[in-house]
Structure formats: structure tokens, C-alpha cells
Ligand binder design. Structure first.
Ligand code: PLP
Length: 418
């Protein structure tokens, strides 16, 4: 493989030209394994950034794509419709909370977030709340890399500080401070309440990632926060958007993370694992308050909206997930991660270890030289991609006990070297 050409000509995520290091060439993937050009196999502890929940080269998902491919790969969604979009939308309406009845398909998580923000804004503009022009979100939040999404990411850890001058000024509060397993105390809501009391006439919606903040800091927080935030939003007439692009489809132990808090957002954004990691697709769901409250056309319509291949594989992925005792399986992974990552706490450089569902996070006191650790991990058959002071994993759900043990032990040995 011409990795040198890649190195000099192709941008990779969050990199410059040329990048600081050369990418690893992957020739194929099977189950939890990535197969490299030199014959090495790595266990993918990242599930390709939360998405590949059933593992690679999954026969049922492959089959769904092949069947759809022979019918049609794509058709515009303006004025036309097709069975994969209808079946997937029905399924999504069915498996999400009862009030969420309307579906907008978009291209990616970031674009889904843009759509959610535009819907919330248009709803306000058309319903006597046209003075509202800001969003409220959390520090350590991550919502994507497009302009609207960037503007609600953590202004410091959100990777977008260079564009600060070009972004709309929204309101940020501290990320939720109460750990998932700690006792809840009402004062955790003080800052949200103060900001809503002071600025509610200005705020279109509160947007955040329920229970697990992903790429902005891997913070896992108390589910009661969701309920308390819902009540405050209702009290101050502010919409609530949940970004479940990372947390959806079982990752946290519930099918959707909002279920931990027993609440329903006004707008829900899904992505990443939506297609089982096969293609890019996101879905924005709303209740009829928003859907019917927007009375003029909603001006958003991506060229590849509701792509039939993406919808077909997404439906197959959801059916595959729901056909198994996925909850017991996630519990199994959670228990194993809890037991096997806890020895990391004994290491000098470890600040904390956090586990929920199929997510294991080790936060370090100081950011180490990741390049040496990267080499150690790869040489020992493990693919993880740390950022800042965080080394974390969210493996495919099909990972066996033995494979997961290999992941956690290799991670422990790697951290010992920091
Ligand atoms: C990854 C992510 C996004 C952006 O999704 P893309 O498909 O990369 O555009 C948005 N929100 C959250 C919570 C994410 O984890």
C-alpha cells in the first residue's frame, strides 16, 4: 500500500499536512480484528469511534447491503421515498420514547446536530420567541466539527479554539460534576438554574450529551441530572436537545442514555452506531410539539438524505442488536471492565478510572508521550486512540472475555510505562 502517498497527500482526522505520524494500513477487518498490510491483527478497542458495535464484516449487515444494492444504491429524497427509509423511520419511532414520532435523516452526527439546532431555532422564530438567539451547552461537551456544532462544543477542550472569532457566542456551564455512582445532591443544578433564570428569554435550547460526555472529556455523570434539567427547561420554556450520537444503541447499558434519567428530550440526535459502523448516517427525532410547531418548510435537504444503502444497513443493525440479549452482554462487558481496569488506580500517573456499560476510561494526571504508548499497544495487538490525558475503550459488543482481557491487560502494561 502506498502509505507514503497517503502521508503526503491525504488529510486524516485532526491532522496537518504532512501528519505527525504515518497511518497504519488496514487491508481488511473481521469481528473485533483490524488486519494490517504486514499481517498483524489488532483488536479494535475503539469500535471505529463508537460505531462498529457488531464487529467488522458482519454477515447479516453485509447481506442487507448487497440486497439493497441490487435494488438501488441511491435516489434523491426530494419528492421521492423508498422502503428502507420508511422501515428505518418506523423502527426508530418504535424504539425511542413514545413522544418522539418524527424523523429527519442527515449525513453525519455533526450535520444531525446542525439540523437539531436549526429545528429548535425555527420553532422559536415561528412561535413568538423570535428574540431567542443563543444555545446553552456544557464544558467538556463535543457535538461535531461543523460551524453550528463547533459553537456548542467546549470552547477550550473542543479542539476548535482557532475558530473562536467566527463562532456564535453561546452560554457554557460547567460539565456535570456528580459521578454516575455518587449520591445525588440538588446543588449540582445550581449553575444551570442560575443561567436559565438570567437568560431564558435569550436561550433557544439547552444541548448536551446525556450521561456520557464523549470526545470532550469522557465524563460520566449522574442520570438524575437529566431529569432535573428537563424540569428546569420546562419551567423556563427552553427546548432540550440530547446529542446521543455517541451514546445511542446500547453503549451505556440502556438502549439510549436518556433512559437512565427517565426523561424525553424535545429533540434527539442519533448517529455513529446507527448503521453498526457501516456508513455515515444520522437521524434527528422530535415530538409533535416541534414537528407541528414548525409550520413553514424546514430549509435543510442534503443530497444524500436517507441514502437507501445506509438506511438498509441501519435497520439490519438495529434488528441484529434487538434480536439478542444485548443488555446482559453490555452488563458482562461493564463488569469485566470494572474489575480489570481497577488495578490502573494503583498507578502513580492515574487520576481516575470510570466505567459505564461498554465504556472504560482511564484519566491520567499528566498527558504522557503517547507515541511510545501507541507503539507498545500496536506491537501487542491492540488498537486504542488516546487523546489529551485520556486512554479509553469502547469495544465492539461481540468482544469475547478473552479478547477483552487482552485489551485491558495491554492497556495496564502500557500505562505502567508512563
Ligand atoms: C462524533 C460525535 C458527533 C459528530 O458526529 P460525526 O458523524 O463525526 O459528524 C456529534 N456528537 C457527538 C456526541 C459525537 O460523539
Amino acid at each position: 500500500m502506498d502509505v507514503d502517498f497517503d502521508y503526503h497527500h491525504i488529510w486524516h482526522p485532526y491532522s496537518q499536512m504532512p501528519a505527525q505520524s504515518k497511518p497504519l494500513p488496514v487491508v481488511s477487518a473481521e469481528g473485533v480484528y483490524l488486519k494490517l498490510a504486514d499481517g498483524r491483527q489488532l483488536i479494535d478497542g475503539m469500535a471505529s469511534w463508537w460505531s462498529c458495535i457488531h464487529g467488522y464484516n458482519q454477515p447479516r449487515l453485509n447481506e442487507s447491503l448487497k440486497l439493497q444494492l441490487d435494488k438501488m444504491a441511491h435516489v434523491m429524497f426530494g419528492g421521492l421515498t423508498h422502503q428502507p427509509a420508511i422501515s428505518l423511520a418506523k423502527k426508530l419511532v418504535n424504539i425511542t420514547a413514545e413522544p418522539l414520532q418524527h424523523v429527519f435523516f442527515a449525513d453525519s452526527g455533526s450535520v444531525g446536530v446542525e439540523v437539531a439546532m436549526k429545528m429548535a431555532a425555527q420553532f422559536c422564530f415561528e412561535n413568538g420567541l423570535a428574540q431567542k438567539k443563543r444555545f446553552l451547552s456544557f464544558k467538556k461537551g463535543y457535538h461535531g466539527d461543523t460551524f453550528g456544532a463547533m459553537a456548542v462544543c467546549d470552547p477550550v477542550t473542543g479542539m476548535h479554539h482557532k475558530f473562536k472569532r467566527l463562532l456564535n457566542k453561546h452560554i457554557f456551564i460547567e460539565s456535570p460534576q456528580c459521578g454516575f455512582y455518587e449520591p445525588w445532591q440538588p446543588h449540582y443544578m445550581d449553575e444551570l438554574e442560575q443561567q436559565l433564570a438570567a437568560h431564558h428569554q435569550d436561550i433557544i435550547a439547552v444541548i448536551f450529551e446525556p450521561v456520557v460526555q464523549g470526545a470532550g472529556g469522557m465524563n460520566i455523570y449522574h442520570p438524575h441530572y437529566l431529569k432535573a434539567a428537563r424540569e428546569l427547561c420546562d419551567e423556563y420554556n427552553v427546548l432540550l436537545i440530547f446529542d446521543e450520537v455517541a451514546t445511542g444503541f446500547g453503549r451505556t447499558g440502556e438502549l439510549f442514555a436518556y433512559q437512565h434519567g427517565d426523561v424525553v428530550p424535545d429533540i434527539l440526535v442519533l448517529g455513529k452506531a446507527l448503521t453498526g459502523g457501516y456508513m455515515t448516517l444520522s437521524a434527528v427525532l422530535t415530538g409533535s410539539k416541534i414537528a407541528h410547531g414548525i409550520k413553514e418548510p424546514f430549509m435543510h435537504g442534503p443530497t444524500f438524505m436517507a441514502n437507501p444503502l445506509a438506511c438498509a444497513v441501519s435497520l439490519a443493525s438495529i434488528e441484529l442488536l434487538l434480536s439478542q440479549d444485548w443488555q446482559a452482554n453490555i452488563k458482562r462487558i461493564q463488569q469485566q471492565l470494572t474489575t480489570q481496569l481497577s488495578p490502573c488506580k494503583t498507578l502513580d500517573n492515574v487520576q481516575s478510572v470510570r466505567v459505564l456499560g461498554g465504556i472504560g476510561v482511564v484519566e491520567l494526571k499528566e498527558t504522557p508521550d503517547w507515541s511510545a504508548i501507541h507503539d507498545y499497544l500496536v506491537n501487542n495487538g491492540v488498537w486504542l486512540r488516546p487523546f489529551k490525558n485520556l486512554l479509553y475503550m469502547m469495544p465492539p459488543y461481540i468482544i469475547t472475555e478473552q479478547q477483552l482481557t487482552h485489551l485491558t491487560e495491554t492497556l495496564f502494561q502500557a500505562l505502567k510505562k508512563t
